[in-house]
Design a protein around this ligand. Structure first.
Ligand code: HDE
Length: 736
């Protein structure tokens, strides 16, 4: 008979401590027992044997062959040989951070989820951002969707909000996901191209899937090349359900709204960043957190009463559709702050396992066929990626509440379950662990009434593929529209099969004729006649499944879909390049630097060489980077210092002039001290300067030259906060 040992001593007490309920908000503390720190420690093997020599393998004589006996060598090398695990089949490239979520107001009216009811609690969260198509080592700046996955460690278990930075998806049914991913990944014969959708197989598939039209508009927009993970929105994509304590359900769409606004880079810039710093987003996230510029996002909810399920001209269960914010406003209900970098990339960011099925009481699913398929895929993929069914025991995946069930054994089991029973019901252990009654917090699936025939079909309410694609395009500003035209012309221009390009034009023309005309022009092709909507369907497809339904009276424009009106009131955490050389005017350098830093920006002095430059007054100015290590694409704005000798050097320094030309090309704010006009005159844009540097001109053109005083720095800050001056691209003549 099982005997409860008492009193508990030594290791037993330690085990009890681990198994005991954890106090709230203890994800960081719960990771502590698993965290190793070698500071001041001796080196030993995995069995604890102190190591005397880690430099030399065991040999027969000092020049002799190595010996098989060398168990120290073998342990070290065997571990190393097995250090890699399969990367994620999608979203392989990612970066993570710890944070906390704090609620603004209790949401009891809609949900009984504890973490959405208590405004006092700080719920620990781990977020992983990612690209989708590229491998683990691929560039951050690929044109791609970004993953935005958040694991909330709540007192009722883990809730995972596994979203993207775009509110819709390419396909309506999960059964098409393997096809979509096979099409976008590098082509299977030569594994080319890496982390890019600009190739035949992707566009072949897309041109045959009209349902992807809306998502393609997002993927070809600047949303696909964010300036920073800190400056992009997040979306749960599917419609979920919230359930309150009375069992009443509402539909909900989840949003993340970044407090710094939504900002992007230029496509040419993105391609350059990929070469200069492929870790650009990862570094940006890491550096921001290290320097205390904690990324912040508000959790937004679009709540739709159950009675309104059929109120819209699209189906709430169709993940290629969004709910326009004009129809259902986004309520901001709480804030996520990312405040701690991981201690170890592999143990935390790589091993974290998200799953859309990790919900808490008060949050439930709908019958969205994309969502339903995901419910299968996530656990399934972790079994291979993390090597078996015990991945929930990896420290980063453990909930902050203790886990008790009758699951046992399997590869790498960590928990030492006591007792004789691992089944339920049992009488030997008092039927422990006990099921939890609904009233006491036990999870109960939403009692949805379903009367249905089993069949492989899609409802007609899913067939309007173009109205929201058009809504998105029509909602963009002119520069944003131009970027979409350019992106499509670039991507389709890389497609070798002309028939695929033509078929895509057949899709685009159904979204917007002007858009299709411009892309056709760039490709040197004729615009196809507007096709009856089912003609772009594969011969063996079921046309009825694809025929697009045109909806009359749909919303013409939605401000929320454009980035033009985003937050532009802060330069916090922006990176400013300060170009200088020997003889720089120390006073104005200091004035500009101090003013920018006071507003939360980072300033780096870039000069012809590293070390120090000697200023006009003989003082020393520390250089952060030389023109060799720095590049304009890694900065948000540039300022050229004054000082007679400095400007003469910079004017003659081809790299400095190139730096400015490139910043101009990418529509960035450019400023210079009055004397540095000489350097500006060496650029190709000197002929395009505004007639004056009045406040109005500066804030519309993004160029400021003048005497450095309080008004200058005030304008400089206001100008940088605008982010980009896309209007500059209008003449479309800005090579660098
Ligand atoms: Fe995923 N997705 N997905 N996905 N997804 C994965 O799970 C899948 C979809 C998303 O940082 C995989 O652990 C299917 C939509 C993110 O670790 C896999 C379908 C959205 C991440 C998987 C979708 C996402 C993943 C690969 C179609 C936005 C990265 C590794 C039904 C709402 C999470 C893994 C991280 C990862 C399957 C579609 C978001 C294979 C079958 C829609 C952010 O399970």
């Amino acid at each position: 008979m099982a005997k409860k040992p008492s009193p508990k001593m030594g290791t037993e007490a330690a085990i009890d401590k681990q198994l005991a309920p954890q106090p709230e908000n203890t994800k960081t503390q719960s990771l502590a027992p698993h965290t190793a720190d070698a500071a001041g420690e001796q080196m030993n093997t995995n069995t604890g044997l102190p190591i005397n020599d880690d430099q030399n393998s065991l040999k027969a004589g000092d020049r002799g062959p190595s010996l098989l006996e060398d168990f120290l060598f073998r342990e070290k090398m065997t571990h190393f040989d097995h250090e890699r695990i399969p990367e994620r089949v999608v979203h392989a490239r990612g970066s993570g951070a710890h944070g906390v979520f704090k609620l603004y107001k209790p949401l009891a009216e809609y949900t009984k989820a504890a973490f959405l009811n208590d405004t006092e609690v700080e719920t620990p969260v781990f977020v992983r951002f990612s690209t989708v198509a590229g491998s683990r080592g691929s560039t951050d700046l690929a044109r791609d969707v970004r993953g935005f996955a958040a694991k909330f460690y709540t007192t009722e278990g883990n809730f995972d909000l596994v979203g993207n930075n775009m509110p819709v998806f390419f396909i309506q049914d999960a059964i098409k996901f393997p096809d979509l991913i096979h099409a976008v990944k590098p082509e299977p014969d030569n594994e080319i191209p890496q982390a890019a959708s600009a190739h035949d197989t992707f566009w072949d598939f897309i041109s045959l899937m009209p349902e992807s039209a809306h998502m393609i508009m997002w993927a070809m927009s600047d949303r696909a090349i964010p300036r920073s993970y800190r400056m992009m929105e997040g979306f749960g994509v599917h419609t979920f359900r919230l359930i309150n304590a009375e069992g009443k359900a509402s539909f909900v769409k989840f949003h993340w709204k970044p407090l710094l606004g939504v900002h992007s880079v230029a496509w040419d810039e993105a391609q350059n960043i990929s070469g200069k710093d492929p870790d650009f987003h990862r570094r940006d996230l890491w550096d921001a957190i290290e320097s205390g510029n904690f990324p912040e996002y508000e959790l937004g909810l679009q709540i739709i009463p159950e009675e309104d399920e059929f109120k819209y001209d699209f189906d709430l269960l169709d993940s290629t559709k969004l709910v326009p914010e004009e129809l259902v406003p986004v309520q901001r209900v709480g804030k996520l702050t990312l405040n701690r970098n991981p201690d170890n990339f592999f143990a935390e960011t790589e091993q974290i396992a998200y799953h859309i099925g990790h919900v808490v009481p008060g949050i439930d699913f709908t019958n969205d066929p994309l969502l339903q398929g995901r419910l299968f895929s996530y656990t399934d993929t972790q079994l291979t990626r993390l090597g078996g069914p015990n991945f929930q025991e990896i420290p980063i995946n453990r909930p902050i509440v203790p886990v008790h069930n009758n699951q046992r054994d399997g590869f790498m089991r960590q928990t030492i379950n006591r007792g004789k029973t691992s089944y339920n019901p049992n009488s030997i252990s008092g039927n422990d662990p006990q099921q939890v009654k609904e009233a006491a917090g036990g999870f109960v699936s939403y009692r949805e009434r379903i009367e249905a025939r089993k069949e492989r079909l899609r409802n007609k309410s899913f067939f309007d593929h173009f109205s929201q694609a058009r809504l998105f395009f029509n909602s963009q500003s002119d520069p944003e529209k131009n970027h979409i035209v350019d992106a499509l012309t670039f991507e389709l221009g890389k497609v070798k099969t002309i028939a695929i390009r033509e078929r895509m034009l057949g899709i685009l023309v159904q979204i917007d004729k002007g858009l299709a005309t411009q892309v056709a022009y760039g490709l040197g092709l004729h615009l196809p006649e507007i096709l009856p909507t089912n003609q772009s369907i594969p011969a063996d497809g079921n046309p009825a499944d694809y025929q697009s339904v045109q909806v009359d009276g749909a919303l013409a424009k939605s401000e929320a879909l454009s980035m033009a009106g985003t937050v532009k009131d802060s330069i916090k955490s922006r990176k400013i390049a300060l170009l200088a050389a020997d003889g720089a005017d120390a006073n104005s350098v200091k004035a500009v630097k101090d003013a920018l830093i006071a507003e939360g920006a980072t300033v780096e002095v870039i000069a012809p060489r590293q070390g120090f430059i000697t200023a006009e007054d003989d003082s020393k100015i520390e250089v952060d980077q030389s023109f060799l290590t720095a590049a304009s694409v890694l900065f948000d704005a540039v300022y050229v210092a004054g000082g007679t000798n400095a400007v003469a050097t910079l004017e003659a320094e081809a790299n400095a002039v190139h730096f400015l030309n490139e910043a101009f090309k990418h529509c960035k704010p450019i400023a210079a001290a009055e004397e540095a006009m000489q350097v500006i005159n060496a650029t190709y844009f000197s002929k395009k300067l505004p007639p004056d540097f009045s406040e109005e001109a500066v804030l519309s053109e993004g160029i400021l030259v003048g005497r450095v005083d309080k008004n200058f720095t005030r304008l400089l800050i206001k100008m940088i906060a605008q982010h980009r001056f896309w209007e500059r691209e209008k003449p479309r003549l800005i090579p660098a």
